[in-house]
Ligand binder design. Structure first.
Ligand code: AMP
Length: 157
């Protein structure tokens, strides 16, 4: 099967080519309280967002389920804790990251289990996120012509 040269470029792309850049990513800071984080999460409509420090270094991810779990008491939801608990006390720290120059094929494996993966520059500063949606869109554009070519070839034989 012949591969379209233009489309094959996807295989040689880098993570940085398909990022949602940091300035367009909703995020919170390590020292923010959970009330602020819940506000940003709810207003943005996302269930998980990155946690950064003032130097834009990536520290983890915060999500609404993690926040709710952290204020869950034995008999009631302890909403008053939203004010005192900090994002850094509750965030998920053990997260996969990609580097700006990583081949796109590295990202595919991570995106099986994560709807998005954070990408960092070599100095550890946050570059943006790579989402499953963006990669699926690229894969779709790559595979559709191959599929239709194949179908056309089969029907003309
Ligand atoms: P999507 O591919 O747009 O469905 O996004 C998948 C996930 O990536 C969302 O649920 C968010 O957790 C995260 N995400 C996508 N876009 C943004 C953004 N601009 N800011 C923060 N998080 C985002």
């Amino acid at each position: 099967m012949m591969m379209d040269i233009e489309n094959a470029k996807l295989l040689y792309s880098r993570t940085g080519d398909f990022l949602i850049p940091s300035e367009r990513v909703a995020h919170v800071q390590v020292g923010n309280n959970l009330e602020h984080a819940l506000l940003v999460l709810t207003k943005s409509g996302y269930t998980a967002i990155p946690v950064l420090d003032i130097k834009f270094k990536l520290h983890g991810l915060i999500s609404s389920p993690l926040i709710l779990d952290s204020i869950l008491g034995i008999e009631r939801i302890e909403f008053e804790k939203l004010d005192t608990l900090k994002v850094e006390d509750v965030m998920k720290k053990d997260i996969p990251t990609l580097h700006f120059n990583d081949p796109i094929i590295h990202s595919l494996k991570l995106l099986i289990n994560h709807p998005f993966v954070c990408c960092v520059h070599d100095d550890g500063s946050f570059a943006g996120i790579l989402t499953r949606r963006v990669i699926l869109k690229q894969l779709n554009a790559f595979l559709q012509p191959l599929y239709h070519n194949e179908m056309n070839n089969q029907s003309s034989q």
